[in-house]
Design a protein around this ligand. Structure first.
Ligand SMILES: Cc1cc2nc3c(=O)[nH]c(=O)nc-3n(C[C@H](O)[C@H](O)[C@H](O)COP(=O)(O)OP(=O)(O)OC[C@H]3O[C@@H](n4cnc5c(N)ncnc54)[C@H](O)[C@@H]3O)c2cc1C
Length: 285
């Protein structure tokens, strides 16, 4: 069964039909999935900002939040990077190219790239946390001259878990200092071993560059990353984290992801750290 073929672009409840045009393995248990809108009008109206997410709908199975991991300036298709976790993600991983699913979105807050013009930026990604930061990388590459020093620290448990490794050289060639580290090496690995915080501790941070930090990954990783950044003199208002908790409606109505005054789906998933410091210490909602 196909979801509604023509949904009103401004009705956040209705799913657009999108077709899978590419599906590829990204790492063990992780795959990339590119989607195009069946309805050209919906495709024309769709745009997103780095860090926003879509709700992907498989009829009969359910709907899940997935960050958009493509280039916001490339309109041909909408890219997602998905870790197989349970029913919906597993079923998605088994769909063939050409299959149709439903998509609502984009939803949520975004990384503050526009406000970072002229400043240094440090991105810290752990595991699949690089997926929601990849649109930031794409944006920075397209607008490289508008920013100061750019550093991207990528961590993974093991080398096979690194996302998009074939892109790192191109990112470096365009002026991003890409530093990669793994928790556990194997014989294929000659790079850094250790946590992202070990790397963050050593990179230069120029006061004059008014550095901004954006981090996404396991919450414990983000917690230590932020503490280290604060310890190195970065300002609390320059630190941004992504909180990915279970959510349902994605528009702040069902209350499923409410935490105090914040609805993680509409006020997040990207937050300034000082707004959500207390949430980061809570396991799940
Ligand atoms: C804003 C947002 C963006 C996200 N972006 C991505 C993304 O880019 N790529 C990706 O692979 N996943 C992403 N997720 C997580 C994704 O939504 C869940 O993995 C998915 O809902 C699991 O659905 P399922 O039916 O396959 O598994 P379920 O059967 O629902 O769950 C399987 C296991 O995963 C856990 N789980 C479910 N949802 C979450 C969640 N939100 N956070 C942590 N654990 C969860 C469950 O507790 C359970 O242990 C995002 C979540 C949010 C809220």
């Amino acid at each position: 069964m196909k979801p509604a073929a023509t949904a009103h672009p401004h009705n956040p409840w209705l799913a657009h039909t999108v077709r899978i045009v590419n599906i590829a393995s990204a790492a063990p248990g992780v795959f990339m999935c590119d989607l195009v809108f069946e309805d050209p009008a919906a495709a024309g109206e769709y745009s997103y900002l780095p860090g926003q997410f879509n709700m992907l709908y498989l009829p009969g199975l359910g709907e899940i939040a997935i960050s958009i991991s493509g280039d916001p300036d490339a309109r041909a298709c909408v890219a997602h990077t998905i870790r197989e976790a349970g029913n919906v993600t597993r079923a998605l991983s088994q769909l063939p190219v050409g299959a149709s699913i439903g998509l609502r979105g984009p939803f949520g807050s975004h990384w503050p790239v526009e406000q970072c013009r002229g400043r240094d930026i440090v991105l810290v990604a752990g595991g699949i946390g690089l997926a929601p930061l990849r649109p930031v990388v794409c944006h920075l590459l397209t607008h490289r001259d508008e920013f100061g020093d750019l550093t991207l620290i990528i961590g993974a448990r093991e080398p096979a878990g690194l996302l998009y490794p074939s892109e790192y050289e191109a990112w470096r060639a365009h002026g991003i200092d890409v530093q990669v580290t793994v928790d556990r090496a194997d014989c294929s690995w000659s790079g850094k071993i250790g946590m992202v915080t070990n790397v963050l501790d050593r990179i230069p941070l120029r006061d004059a560059g008014q550095p901004v930090l954006m981090t996404c990954g396991p919450e414990v990783m983000m917690w230590y990353t932020v503490q280290l950044a604060l310890g190195r003199g970065m300002r609390p208002e320059s630190l941004f984290v992504s909180l990915e908790r279970n959510m349902n409606c994605a528009i702040g109505l069902c209350g499923h992801c409410q935490f105090g005054p914040e609805f993680l789906c509409k006020d997040g998933p990207i937050f300034r750290y000082d707004r959500v410091a207390s949430i980061l210490k809570v396991d799940d909602l």
